[in-house]
Ligand binder design. Structure first.
Ligand SMILES: [Fe+2]
Length: 204
């Protein structure tokens, strides 16, 4: 049974950057719905015993096209939003530490440059989707964007997502309306680099 992460903060704790109504709707409605559908589809496809990562990495093995598409969208929706919601804190560490800090300097030159490139990928994603910071198995970092609920696991690149930046309108429209760039700026105000650094430490 796939379960949503428990929010590690109150729904109003990310104000004013991410507002309470958006968290309540996004986590309490959208993420709930993805999770419910993913569980149903995983059961139907006979893959409910696998991890979400395993399912997303082996979608080609699901012969039925409707089930495969459903697992890609709802499994991605389930997995991506867990990553997204667990990455925030009302008292975030504002900079990466340890090995991640070194890897960022190596790949991007500076944290500001990483943020600029990730922001550009998020702003440039046409329509609904996500921007990602991901690592390969050797710890090399890269940035990408994907449509719908695709992610660096389901795209077959073998990368592990570290930062998931949701740019579906449901992530920002209640507060920011059409101003996606303002939401992207706000995202970094509550992104907890301790969570991201800890994730990276488990890879390398
Ligand atoms: Fe979302």
């Amino acid at each position: 049974m796939f379960e949503q992460i428990k929010l590690p903060y109150a729904t109003n704790a990310l104000e004013p950057y991410i507002d309470q109504l958006t968290v309540e709707t996004h986590y309490g409605k959208h993420h709930v719905a993805y999770t419910k559908m993913f569980n149903e589809l995983a059961e139907k496809a006979g893959v409910a015993g696998k991890t979400a990562e395993e399912i997303l990495a082996s979608l080609d093995e699901v012969a039925d096209e409707t089930l495969r598409k459903g697992l890609r969208n709802h499994g991605g929706g389930y997995y991506n939003h867990n990553l997204y919601f667990e990455s925030f804190s009302p008292t975030p560490e504002k900079e990466p530490s340890g090995k991640l800090a070194e890897a960022i300097d190596l790949a991007f030159g500076s944290l500001d440059e990483l943020k600029a490139q990730l922001s550009a990928a998020a702003a440039g994603q046409f329509g609904s989707g996500w921007a990602w910071l991901a690592s390969d198995m050797d710890g090399n970092l890269s940035i990408s964007a994907s449509a719908n609920q695709d992610n660096p696991i389901s795209d077959g690149s073998g990368r592990i997502p570290l930062i998931a930046l949701d740019v579906w309108e449901h992530a920002y429209y209640l507060k920011y309306k059409n101003l996606r760039a303002d939401y992207i700026k706000a995202f970094f105000e509550v992104l907890d680099w301790k969570v991201i650094s800890d994730k990276y430490d488990k890879i390398v």
